[in-house]
Design a protein around this ligand. Sequence first.
Ligand code: NDP
Ligand code: MG
Length: 394
Amino acid sequence: MAAGRRRVSVFGATGSVGCNTVSLIEDAGGAETHEVVALSGAGNVALLAAQARRLRARIAVTADPARFAELRAALAGSGVEAAAGPDALTAAAAEPADWTMSAIVGAAGLAPGLAAAARGGVLALANKESLVCAGELVKRVCAASGAVLVPVDSEHSAIFQCLRGERATEVERIILTASGGPFRDWTRAAMREATVAQAQAHPNWSMGQRISIDSASMFNKALEVIEAQALFDVAEDQVEVVVHPQSVVHSMVGFRDGSILAQLGPSDMRGAIGFALNWPDRATLPVARLDFAKLARLDFAPADPERFPALRLAREAMAMGGLAGAVFNGAKEAALDAFLDGRIGFLDMAGVVEHVMADVGPEAAGHMAGYGLETVMALDAAARRSARDRVASN
Ligand code: NDP
Ligand code: MG
């Protein structure tokens, strides 16, 4: 390894966050300045191979074992090692690196994220599901290895930035902003008929399909409330949500003296990803600069619990405690699969999650601390089974 090159790995490199991460690494000198240890994808093998060739990665892993031959062929002659399957993913995450991006979508990101956390370095965490499913475990593993968790979700990056140099004991509340998504002003009757295409058309942010639809249902904000509690060690009632259609204020922290700090920026994920990539420094980033003369106004409104039951369900999961978050997330992922497949309507997703929380939630609530990955994944699987049964009986 050339002296001074920083060792980096990107999991979920072929996704929306992953591609932005790869492009920022390339802007910062690519393989000249970075030793790229591992890149991962799933179905998009051609893109993964192209990224791995450009960045001269040591290992490229597809999560899908059936795509191994295709990946190996795409990497022929490149010197990049091809690997496939969930175990290879976790093994690649355990390879030493100074900085890791965890940007796989869903609970599938938990095992590789934990492997990266266990071997230390900076863990840039976009995969909010890790914290929703197993916040205590992720933090425990980081504490043992000395890994530093830097959030990438724009709201949590904002809060993390507002808390720099502040005392945690002086924090009164955390205020997450929510764009309200494409259905912010829709009636429930209109949402009942919503199509996948309408649900994934986010007004402000360009993101992967799943998180875009979660933004429309506000399940994304629901996950983020749980994520904030896990990251910043606050009580459930210290995390508030406010709808802010412009997505300029990325989130805020209120202190006990009544003062509020906010972080603002364009709605471009390269801001939060670039912050995590350069932490603890700030580097010049290729994002637009806010022009307050053009911005003119910033609006805020309460979230409507009637039209968006996801927020209430998240509060119920937090009140249950323990591993209820894993059940909440597993149910949400299975409900989203069913919506994407046309088996249920947009509004039915919340009904499925509510059913699963009543069915599997109590069993999860007892696991307060000291549990392992297997326990989390067993509850995730139980939640998905319960959700599928519910969908089938609809
Ligand atoms: P995408 O769907 O765009 O990308 C997901 C990535 O994960 C792809 O690399 C995909 O591979 C890979 N992947 C999919 N399924 C699996 C699996 N079962 N095992 C391993 N890898 C898999 O997602 P996003 O980039 O939008 O989101 C990634 C994470 O970041 C999510 O947790 C999301 O909530 C969070 N996040 C995203 C934001 C955004 O702006 N997009 C903002 C804030 C948070 P392939 O494409 O090759 O199939
Ligand atoms: Mg977010």
